[in-house]
Design a binder for this molecule. Structure first.
Ligand code: 5AD
Ligand code: SF4
Length: 467
């Protein structure tokens, strides 16, 4: 797909979409209820909050289950094949529900739609879908939905521009926690990854816009903000005013937001300046997600990651020296084309050496259009399965030890929900990004509790209150 340029959505365009939201309210065929199904990463979760924000403005209510809704939106992911398969399976299943509810509207959006050839495939094989649109078209959802409600034909919109949407209404999943996008897209072209093809080139939001949104969230009572971007460390490289991510963090830190986290970071762009900004800050939490992907230099080179194992370890060392006790998480892929037993052993050794607080582990999944999909020596799925099992059990064993370092220490937990295991407990995340369970009830949800860690159960820390 040819990308033509970066464009900030204009106030006129925003007004136009507001007009369509008002128009939909008046339509007799307006759906009464909606359900948004979300796959994939935090970016997608936040896009779904924007879809829900727009739908709520149209006075359409959120249904408690997709079977009960008149409008179902699938916000898809295509980073691995199983995410895609799952979405397509669920869309097909909904076709059966349409038999019970003929006026059911099915919309599909997100990264999968942006894949080359996918829109045509949806039209051909999934002709019961009413509306399909790409990630860059999200801001036009009201107009597209209006058109859908006024026609029997499927509507497909895929924008080629790299859009920066602004001023979209957001319906947050939790009142005390908010996502805040600082940049969109990615320029890195890791050889396995489809994201740059479906989310476009890196583009930073203007700092004033970000700070204004942060201020609004602060006044709305938000206690924790997670800054989002595919590679937040390259924030500002495309802006003329010289601000970088460290500078942005300093500004956000001075606003008085209680807790600030961010993700994701690329090791090649993790500067000493950023680490110092974190170390000197009051509100940036001592937590870092730093995907390593592999412990082998040969594999890292083929992945086009632009750092070596040694450089990665140096960044970890620097983070741990500057921010003692920092919580460290990572992403690892096994079974990348050409990964030998020796390469895999190097990944195992790196995991053993670093001792991550958590690791998201994936079997390599070939994505059409990416460089790695055409590399020789694709790995036998049986070997990949064996490797991922070894990796998961190593990480589980190490994680038990790593987490024990918190026992006896004080933590502040932002309570997210009632514990799944007991009605008498609540759980949430500590400052280091680790899940913690403590005695509590519904009234504690959204508060920050001061606790002391007393133990560890099934990879969750147990705490007691101290205030
Ligand atoms: N196969 C397996 N894992 C992948 N990831 C990205 N692309 C692929 C792929 N083709 C993983 C990376 C990335 C995380 C979000 O998903 O580890 O950091
Ligand atoms: Fe994908 Fe690499 Fe960009 Fe992350 S940095 S989104 S893995 S291309």
């Amino acid at each position: 797909m040819m990308r033509t340029g970066i464009r900030i959505v204009s106030p006129e365009e925003t007004e136009r979409q507001q007009y369509f939201m008002e128009e939909i309210k008046k339509l007799p065929q307006k759906p009464k209820s909606f359900f948004v199904v979300t796959y994939g990463c935090q970016m997608n979760a936040h896009d779904s909050e924007k879809l829900k924000g727009m739908l709520t403005k149209m006075e359409i209510c959120e249904a408690s289950a997709r079977e009960d809704a008149d409008l179902v939106v699938f916000n898809t992911c295509c980073v691995r094949e199983n995410a895609e398969r799952k979405a397509l399976g669920n869309i097909t299943w909904l076709k059966e529900i349409r038999k019970r509810n003929p006026s059911l509207i099915i919309a599909v959006c997100g990264c999968m739609i942006q894949e080359p050839g996918m829109a045509e495939r949806i039209l051909r094989q999934y002709s019961f879908v009413n509306l399909a649109f790409g990630t860059s078209n999200l801001y036009r959802f009201p107009e597209m939905l209006h058109n859908t409600l006024n026609t029997d034909r499927p509507i497909v919109e895929i924008e080629n521009d790299d859009i920066i949407p602004e001023d979209l209404p957001v319906q947050r999943a939790r009142s005390e926690f908010a996502y805040l996008t600082v940049m969109y897209g990615c320029n890195n072209f890791c050889s396995y990854c489809i994201v740059p093809y479906v989310r476009g080139r890196e583009r930073s939001r203007l700092p004033d816009r970000i700070l204004k949104e942060a201020d609004e969230l602060l006044h709305d009572g938000v206690k924790e903000i997670m800054l989002l971007g595919q590679n937040v460390n390259s924030y500002g490289k495309d802006l003329a005013n010289g601000i970088n991510f460290a500078g942005l963090l300093e500004k956000l830190d001075s606003m008085g937001i209680q807790r600030i986290r961010f993700m994701t970071s690329h090791p090649k762009d993790l500067s000493d300046e950023l680490i110092s900004a974190m170390a000197d800050s009051k509100h940036i939490l001592p937590q870092f997600h730093l995907p390593v992907q592999s412990g082998s230099n040969a594999v890292l080179r083929n992945m086009n990651r632009c750092y070596t194992r040694e450089q990665y370890l140096d960044r970890v060392e620097k983070l741990r020296c500057s921010i003692p006790g920092i919580g460290l998480s990572t992403d690892i892929i096994v079974g990348f084309p050409g990964e030998s037993d020796a390469d895999f052993s190097e990944t195992m050794q790196l995991v053993e050496q670093v001792r991550f607080d958590s690791a998201f582990t994936f079997v390599y999944s070939p994505r059409i259009g990416t460089k790695a999909a055409y590399m020789p020596d694709q790995i036998d799925p049986e070997i990949s399965t064996e490797r991922i099992q070894k990796l998961i059990s190593l990480q589980e064993r190490l994680q038990q030890d790593t987490m024990r370092r918190f026992i006896g220490s004080e933590e502040e937990i932002l309570v997210e929900n009632l514990s799944k295991r007991s009605d008498l407990d609540v759980s949430g995340k500590g400052r280091h990004g680790i899940s913690i369970t403590v005695r509590g009830n519904k009234a504690d949800i959204g508060s920050i509790l001061k606790c002391r860690i007393t133990g560890l159960k099934n990879n969750t820390l147990i705490a007691e209150r101290i205030d």
